[in-house]
Structure formats: C-alpha cells, structure tokens
Design a protein around this ligand. Structure first.
Ligand SMILES: Cc1cc2nc3c(=O)[nH]c(=O)nc-3n(C[C@H](O)[C@H](O)[C@H](O)COP(=O)(O)O)c2cc1C
Length: 191
C-alpha cells in the first residue's frame, strides 16, 4: 500500500530550493507527502526567497495543504497520519528542541506526536554548528529509538569548519531504510 510521509521544513532557508527538488523525488518514489513547516519556515521572507513562493511550490508539488500550526500538527499521532516523518532541512534550533523534549512549533510537535506511535523520524541536518553547539544534540538524537539521520557531510570545511549538511539526494533511500528499521550507512559522508 502507498505510504504517507510527512515532510517538515525548518528555517535553513539556503536549502529550500534543494528541499523542493527532494519533495519531487519522494513523489516520484510513490510516497504520498504531507508538508509541514515551522513557524519561521512558513512565514519568514529571507535573502533566499519569499515565504509565499515556497509555500505555493510546496503545496503544488505535494497536492496537500501545509500543516503550519500547533493544532494542525497535534492529530498526526492520534490519527496515525504518517508512516514516516522527515525533517528536511532540520535546523540546529529544531534539533536542540527535539533533544530537550520541547514541542513548541508545528514541526517539533509533529515529531513528538508521530513518535508516540513508534514510527520512524528522519532528520536531514543543515546547520553551521553541527560539529560544535549542535553536536551533543545530534549524538543524543542519533542514540534514540525510531530516529534516523540522512547521511551528512561537512559542506565547507575551510569557511565553515563546524557546518554539516545532509545529502538530500539520499532522503528517499534513508526513508526506505528507516521504514525497515534500518539506518542508511554510511551516516557520515566524506568530503
Ligand atoms: C537567511 C537565514 C538562513 C538560515 N540558515 C540556517 C541554517 O542553514 N541552519 C540553521 O540551523 N539555522 C539557520 N538559520 C537560523 C534559523 O532560521 C533560526 O534558528 C530559526 O529560529 C529556526 O527556527 P525553526 O527551527 O523553528 O525553523 C537561518 C536564518 C536565516 C534568516
């Protein structure tokens, strides 16, 4: 049967174009996709584009309305709406909240609500502090049941020595593996 994947975007705006392409790959892999956005991802216009542009594209590609409020995210667990949830891109901010058990955005509540069903949560990290302030959170989340990581690498070791970004082209493979209860390997990619 066709599986349903939640695709949650948080405020790593520089990766939003890549996230749109990733949505297309999930659709091409025959997943039904429910989009979710953090308050910031949904509402902020940045130098990488206007929020209205991304909202429109996301709804166009997925054919579904974006979950962007806490009340909209809450039923995800009780109604078992998703087979898997992907946070792509996932900010350092959202990982810190997830690691601390904070659920005060549509995305963090979606994760909490979804995890209560023991179903996979897949994180595609994109943050400048992956190897510094966010590192303990990545370790903590990686050590939890039902949480998987899209393989990631340092994206600019010279200019941003603590930055790491998931390889978005591996999102579909990571979701496929997570639905089998497996972490796609290697998790840590070379330069
Ligand atoms: C233009 C712009 C780009 C950003 N890029 C990133 C990023 O790549 N990774 C990250 O962790 N935070 C990034 N941030 C900061 C987050 O958007 C900020 O921490 C925000 O509070 C995240 O909220 P959210 O996790 O609920 O979406 C960026 C902010 C701006 C304005």
């Amino acid at each position: 049967m066709r599986k349903t994947v939640g695709f949650a975007l948080t405020g790593s705006f520089c990766t939003f174009q890549k996230a749109l392409a990733t949505l297309e790959t999930l659709k091409a892999a025959d997943y039904a996709v429910i989009p979710i956005m953090s308050f910031n991802a949904y509402s902020l216009d940045t130098r990488f584009g206007d929020s209205a542009f991304f909202r429109e594209k996301i709804e166009e590609i997925t054919g579904n309305e974006i979950i962007h409020t806490i009340p909209q995210a809450e039923p995800i667990g009780p109604k078992k709406l998703l087979d898997a949830l992907v946070i792509c891109p996932c900010t350092g901010n959202t990982m810190a909240k997830l690691a601390a058990g904070i659920a005060d955005t549509p995305v963090t509540l979606a994760a909490k609500s979804h995890l209560r069903n023991g179903r996979p949560l897949v994180i595609a990290v994109s943050t400048n502090d992956a190897l510094s302030a966010a590192a303990p959170n990545i370790g903590s989340l990686k050590n939890r049941k039902h949480i998987y990581f899209v393989p990631f690498r340092q994206d600019d070791p010279t200019e941003k020595p603590n930055s790491a970004v998931a390889d978005f082209s591996l999102v579909v493979n990571t979701v496929d593996a997570a639905l089998r209860g497996e972490q796609l390997q290697p998790t840590l990619l070379g330069g």
